[in-house]
Design a protein around this ligand. Structure first.
Ligand code: UT7
Length: 389
């Protein structure tokens, strides 16, 4: 019997802070309104050169440093995100390349803000069945790129960032104890962002790139999402704790999706448990969607809120509608090592980048030297070259 244990965790936040006061210069709102309605004071905004993949890479590299596991031992990388840079290739594959995780499979997971818990469940199942040994599960977002900065109902909420955990198989009982995944597509309209396929454009008689009248942005019915969240978060916690064979009293820490302080307070009230049992960092980072739970987990660890043998619950909810929860036996003593102290690990990632470039160059050289892969195509190439001459 194999158990999937969290053995590493890491997060990354962009440097740039955007405070409520800054937003008050952009839309009609105030610091007081935002703080009392959401609990948010500030959020981070990715720099121009930062992407979801670079944020995810930074978080994963830190998590692997804590786990003391080299990327070459990673079997699976899952990136939960709502802001992939490309429809394909997956952000997870970009991360695989940046890490130099040469034997890992990699894919993205789209379950909005519940994505991290979905990913945790998927990776844990793969470990407990014995199909893989080590996985990195990441939640990463550059939501600032898809927020409508003229809509005060949404732009006050979201921020950028990434968090990751490393999961490893072990015969020692513990790790992921139980999990539940849920979805209700009838609520799709409550929180969504259209894809490139929405309002199809005729692909002729248009200058390229076609000008979009309505660039795609997050749309949300805040009140409805609020109501949905307070119901499902409480229900999911009760169910996952029960499935783990625990009682609510035995839960040491709940790390919920950081969407709104009031949702967390309402949940605590519903469950009749002290709000202190919930870890909150929404004031400093805002709603970072898939990144919010692993980001909060890392902050909880830094704040000394995690101890060996603690029972920890993760609970997420969001667009889809989706929601998910997981109960975990926290059985690691946080190592007294920060990523910065392991600067030498950076050399590994510089090598990974070099190796990737080398492979690209090799492919280009191969194409030049050997031309097309089949005799037929080679003949066509030769004919085309002759015609050109
Ligand atoms: O990751 C999961 C995704 N999302 C969520 O979890 C979001 C869940 N929902 C929420 O967090 C809250 O619904 C919001 C924070 C988005 C909004 O708070 P609310 O208490 O539900 O406000 P509301 O939408 O009911 O609006 C109340 C009033 C309205 O004015 P009137 O109609 O009463 O005159 C809004 O126009 O507040 C107004 N308002 C604002 N005022 C100042 C809405 N946004 C703002 C704003 N600043 N930013």
């Amino acid at each position: 019997m194999k158990y999937a244990h969290i053995v590493g965790w890491g997060s990354y936040l962009p440097e740039k802070k955007l405070t409520n006061h800054d937003i008050a210069h952009m839309v009609e709102t105030t610091d007081e309104w935002i703080y009392t309605r959401t609990g948010i004071r500030e959020r981070r905004i990715a720099a121009e050169k930062e992407t979801t993949a670079t944020l995810a890479f930074e978080a994963a590299a830190r998590a692997l440093a804590v786990a003391d596991i080299p990327p070459s031992q990673v079997d699976l990388i899952i990136v939960a995100t709502s802001t992939p840079e490309y429809v394909f290739p997956a952000t997870a594959v970009q991360v695989q390349d940046l890490l130099g995780a040469t034997k890992a499979g990699a894919f993205d997971l789209a379950a909005a803000c519940s994505g991290f818990v979905y990913g945790l469940d998927m990776a844990s199942q793969a470990i407990t069945t014995g199909s893989i040994e080590t996985a990195v599960v990441i939640g990463a977002e550059t939501l600032s790129r898809i927020v409508d900065w003229t809509d005060r109902g949404t732009c006050i909420l979201f921020g950028d960032g990434a968090g990751a955990v490393v999961l490893k198989g072990s015969s020692v009982p513990g790790g992921l104890l139980s999990s539940i995944l849920r979805a209700d597509g009838s609520g799709a309209d409550m929180l969504k962002m259209a894809s490139v396929y929405d309002s199809p454009l005729p692909m002729f008689d248009l200058d390229f790139p076609p000008e979009r009248e309505n660039p795609k942005r997050i749309e949300m019915n805040g009140r409805q999402v609020f109501r949905f969240a307070t119901r499902v978060v409480a229900e999911s916690i009760v169910k996952v704790v029960e499935d783990a064979g625990l009682t609510l009293d035995e839960v040491d820490l709940i790390v919920p999706h950081q969407a709104n302080m009031r949702i967390i307070e309402a949940t605590a009230k519903r469950l009749k448990i002290p709000v202190e049992k919930f870890f909150m960092n929404v004031d400093r980072v805002g709603n970072t969607s898939t990144a919010s739970i692993p980001l909060a987990l890392c902050d909880a660890s830094s704040a000394g809120r995690l101890h060996p043998d603690d029972n920890v619950v993760f609970v997420g909810f969001g667009g889809g509608l989706t929601w998910a929860a997981a109960a975990i036996k926290w059985d690691v003593t946080p190592p007294d090592v920060s990523f910065d102290e392991r600067d030498w690990q950076r050399a590994r990632y510089i090598w990974a980048r070099f190796r990737s470039r080398l492979r690209q160059a090799g492919r280009q050289l191969g194409a030049r030297l050997f031309g097309s892969p089949t005799p037929d195509a080679r003949m066509k190439d030769a004919r085309r070259d002759a015609e050109r001459k």
